[in-house]
Write a new protein. Structure first.
Ligand SMILES: Cc1cc2nc3c(=O)[nH]c(=O)nc-3n(C[C@H](O)[C@H](O)[C@H](O)COP(=O)(O)O)c2cc1C
Length: 185
């Protein structure tokens, strides 16, 4: 299974990026996870949505060709970071490459609530008509106090988090396979 990860932070020491990299490495035998670079994606502009720059078309093609999307988001001011909303706007227009594509969400923050509000809003956005992405239900990954659960190399050191993540990955794969069967019936 080919999954692309879209991380809502572009800072170099991002916990969310490290988290996505941890998932990429730990579950490399379960799926192929590519973390997409959204650093250079320009602001969405409806004037150029039909002829966007190559950075945008490459990004959209990678999402289009993936079996699923993993969203890994920080929380900014109680919601989804603008950089993530921006790429979602691109994905929601013209060829609408997200429609029907399965998604799952994770998020990490230094606060205790671990991106609860951001994920709540992201879920709503992913159900909008231009995205309409089926979302893994009942497996909400909120990693609060992430700085106490991860070492400097980005390895998770908190055993309950690792075990929970293992269970979510299993649930995602089961759910994904179920979705695929439903599509082929
Ligand atoms: C503009 C801004 C707004 C933030 N708002 C929140 C917030 O609403 N809730 C929260 O838990 N953390 C908030 N934080 C702290 C982030 O959780 C923290 O900076 C985190 O490390 C960002 O994710 P990253 O490490 O992947 O870049 C905010 C940080 C910034 C820069």
């Amino acid at each position: 299974m080919k999954i692309v990860a879209i991380v809502g932070s572009i800072r170099k020491d991002s916990y969310n990026l490290k988290f996505a990299q941890y998932v990429q490495e730990r579950y490399q035998d379960r799926f192929d996870l590519e973390i997409l670079n959204i650093r250079e994606i320009p602001f969405f502009n409806q004037d150029i949505e039909k002829k966007p720059s190559v950075v945008v078309t490459d990004f959209k093609n990678k999402v289009k060709n993936a079996d699923a999307v993993l969203w890994v988001t920080p929380e900014y001011n109680g919601t989804v970071p603008g950089i993530l909303v921006n790429v979602i706007d691109w994905l929601s227009r013209v060829d609408k490459v997200m429609i029907g594509k399965p998604s799952w969400i994770m998020g990490a923050s230094m606060g205790n609530l671990g991106t609860v509000k951001a994920q709540m809003h992201l879920r709503d956005i992913l159900f909008s008509p231009g995205i309409n992405s089926p979302l893994l239900p009942s497996n909400e990954v909120y990693v609060g106090a992430v700085h106490t659960k991860m070492d400097e190399d980005g390895d998770i050191t908190h055993q309950p988090t690792i075990e929970f993540l293992d269970s979510v990955v299993n649930n995602f794969i089961d759910w994904f396979n179920q979705q695929s069967q439903n599509v082929s019936v």
